[in-house]
Design a binder for this molecule. Sequence first.
Ligand SMILES: Nc1ncnc2c1ncn2[C@@H]1O[C@H](COP(=O)(O)OP(=O)(O)OP(=O)(O)O)[C@@H](O)[C@H]1O
Ligand SMILES: O=P(O)(O)OC[C@H]1O[C@H](OP(=O)(O)OP(=O)(O)O)[C@H](O)[C@@H]1O
Length: 214
Amino acid sequence: MKPLMIALTKGRIEKEAVKLLSAAGIDCQVLADKRRQLVFTEKKSPYHFLLAKAPDVTTYVKHGIADIGIVGKDTLLEDLYGYYEMLDLEIGKCRFSLASVADFDPDDYKRKTIATKYPTVTEDFFQKKGEDINIIKIEGSVEIAPLVNLADAIVDIVETGSTLKENGLKVFEDICPISTRLIVNKAALKRRRKEIFRLIDQLEEEIIERRQRI
Ligand SMILES: Nc1ncnc2c1ncn2[C@@H]1O[C@H](COP(=O)(O)OP(=O)(O)OP(=O)(O)O)[C@@H](O)[C@H]1O
Ligand SMILES: O=P(O)(O)OC[C@H]1O[C@H](OP(=O)(O)OP(=O)(O)O)[C@H](O)[C@@H]1O
C-alpha cells in the first residue's frame, strides 16, 4: 500500500511539527534538506509529505490528496466541515483576541467595524454577544486597521502580545485558545484506519510524555 500522505502547514509551525513527528517515531527524514521542494513522494520514504499554506492543508485533506493534515485550530474554525479533527498536538499555541487602541469602547452601542483575517470566528464571537457588526477582511498585518481608522478593532491571533504592544494596541477580550491539530480525510479513516490510528497512538504517547516533562 502507498505510504500515508501528510499535508503539513509550512511556516511558523513547520519546525515544531516535524520535531514532534520525529520524536513520535514518524520518519520525516525526507524533509531534512528540503530547500524549495514542496512535495515529497520518494519511494523509500515511509510517509509522503506536502507543504502548504494553512487553509490549503484543509483543502488537500478534504479532497483526499492528503490522508492527514497538520494545521492550526484558527484555520479549522474558518473551515469547519469535510474532515475529521482527531488530535490536539499541543504545539503552535496562541489565542484569538479582540484588540484595539486604548480608547476603544467594547460596550459602545454603535455598530462596530472589525478587521480580521478570520471572518467566521469574528462573526460567531459577536453573534454570541447578540451584536451585529461590519467585518472587513484583511490578509495580514491586521494591527494596522485600528491605527489608521479602517476599523474600530481587530480579531486576531495573539501569542506573546508583542505585536499588539509595539503597535500601541491592547487586548479587550480573549476569545479562545488555539493550537495545532491533526485532521484526517474521511474516506482515508475508513480505508486506512489501522495505519492512521497507529500514527495517532504514537503521537499521543509523545504528547503525554511531553506534558509530564513540563
Ligand atoms: N504568533 C502566531 N501568529 C500566527 N500564527 C501562529 C502564531 N503562533 C502559532 N501560530 C499558528 O501558526 C499557523 C501558521 O502561521 P504562519 O504565520 O506561518 O502562516 P500564516 O498565518 O498563513 O501567515 P503568512 O501569511 O505570514 O504565511 C497559524 O495558522 C497558527 O495556527
Ligand atoms: O503576539 P505575537 O507573538 O506578537 O504574535 C501575533 C502576531 O503574529 C501573527 O502575525 P504573523 O507574523 O503571522 O503575520 P501576519 O500579520 O502577516 O499574519 C498574528 O497575526 C499577529 O500579528
